[in-house]
Every structure is written in structure tokens, then in C-alpha cells.
Unconditional design. Structure first.
Length: 145
């Protein structure tokens, strides 16, 4: 039902649709995304080069956004930022808190809350982004020194 989709109307009278709005409208219209089967294998894409300035981050961000916003599949994307400069993390800034970083997890310097498992901690360390279906495990300047 379209009444449940929160679509904002601007001062100019035009509607402003978010990607979440578009996905919700597709669901209402029956254009459902394919669901992953439990037998489907995880796909890993690595973008790596020792040379700086060759487009690694730009490629990563664009490939991730394209895969996450394809309406038919709506892939869930997890980005693990291993760049000491945190370049990928800067495209998808974290919320107003100090995130748990790759280095924090690698150094095993975080205490688990009562009842929390290591798997829960790692999963919850991935930050939500402004693009539905993309989460980022950020890096920080102190992580690799």
C-alpha cells in the first residue's frame, strides 16, 4: 500500500524519492528482489593494487553501489576497508559515534558484552550507509601502525 511509504514533498511541490522509497514501491507493485538461497555461495570481490591513485576506491564504491541498487537482485554488500587512509569509509561516513574498526577487531581489544558472541560483535561493527544494502567495516588511521 503506497500510503505506508514515507515520501517527502519539497517546498517546490516536487516529490523527493529515496532509494528506500523506490525499493518499497517496487515491493508494493510486486517487483520483488530475488532472494538468496541458503545454498548460494558468498561472492568475494577484491580490489587491490600497490599503486596509489589508480582508482581502487572509486571502483569499489561504484561497483558496490551498482550491485546494491539493482532492483532485481538487491545484493547485500559488505565492504571491509583495509586502506589505512580509510578512503572507502569516507564515501560512506559512519554515524555520530566512534565506530569499531578493522584494526580494533584484528587487535582483539574489545570486550564482549554479556551474552554477545564474537560473531555478533563483528556483524554489529559493520556500519549502515545511506545506500540500503551496503554496510562498511571502517578502518582508521591508527589501525595499521
Amino acid at each position: 500500500d503506497f500510503d505506508t511509504i514515507n515520501i517527502k514533498k519539497g517546498a517546490n511541490g516536487h516529490y523527493a524519492y529515496t532509494l528506500a522509497n523506490i525499493f518499497a514501491m517496487a515491493d508494493v507493485l510486486g517487483v520483488n528482489a530475488d532472494q538468496r538461497k541458503s545454498s548460494d555461495k558468498l561472492q568475494v570481490i577484491v580490489i587491490n593494487s600497490l599503486k596509489g591513485g589508480c582508482g581502487k576506491t572509486t571502483s569499489l564504491v561504484n561497483i558496490a553501489a551498482a550491485l546494491a541498487t539493482t532492483n532485481i537482485k538487491r545484493y547485500r554488500i559488505g565492504i571491509i576497508d583495509l586502506d589505512p587512509q580509510g578512503s572507502s569509509s569516507s564515501f560512506f561516513p559512519s554515524n555520530d559515534h566512534e565506530p569499531i574498526t578493522v584494526g580494533d577487531l584484528m587487535r582483539d581489544c574489545i570486550e564482549l558484552d554479556e551474552g554477545e558472541t564474537w560473531k555478533d560483535l563483528v556483524s554489529n561493527s559493520f556500519e549502515e550507509t545511506h545506500i540500503p544494502n551496503i554496510r562498511v567495516l571502517p578502518s582508521g588511521m591508527d589501525d595499521f601502525y
